[in-house]
Design a protein around this ligand. Structure first.
Ligand code: ATP
Length: 131
């Protein structure tokens, strides 16, 4: 088993045991199993799944870093939601705001910030829609 700890700026999000942690790193999809060699992985804004006992839980993760050592997996991320907790309407509103800001193309908006907001909202929408 892997002991997983997930931290966000709000503090501890979750501590759980998982038999596999599936993440999307900058180099692609990775399934992390017990006894995995020590690693530090940069995560994409993407889907994360974990086999937690009898249930396979799905999360939307907004980037971050995964650290694995001695079957202890620590994930530090700006934001993560279980698919069950994703508010689809909120994600759609965030996507529309980001679209307007990107379409405006003036110096009023921070383009990098609008792009990352777009990426977070699209990721939440995709995962909530089961894709
Ligand atoms: P918004 O503009 O709607 O706040 P955002 O992408 O700017 O979206 P974040 O800064 O990534 O939001 O997250 C702020 C907090 O709100 C985090 O705790 C995150 O988990 C939560 N959160 C953001 N969007 C949603 C959503 N659609 N459903 C559920 N929780 C969300």
């Amino acid at each position: 088993m892997i002991e997983v700890t997930i931290m966000t700026p709000n503090g501890l999000y979750k501590k759980t045991s998982a038999s596999i942690v599936n993440v999307v790193s900058e180099d692609g999809q990775r399934g992390i199993l017990p006894k995995h060699m020590p690693i530090v992985v940069s995560l994409k804004t993407s889907k994360l799944t974990m086999q937690e006992g009898d249930t396979r839980e799905t999360y939307a993760i907004s980037g971050g870093t995964l650290f694995m050592h001695d079957d202890q997996c620590t994930i530090l991320t700006p934001a993560i939601e279980n698919v069950k907790d994703i508010d689809l309407a909120r994600a759609q509103r965030a996507k529309e705001r980001a679209e307007k800001r990107l379409a405006a193309q003036d110096a009023t908006w921070d383009v990098a910030r609008a792009r990352s907001s777009m990426s977070r909202s699209l990721n939440r929408i995709k995962i909530k829609s089961g894709k």
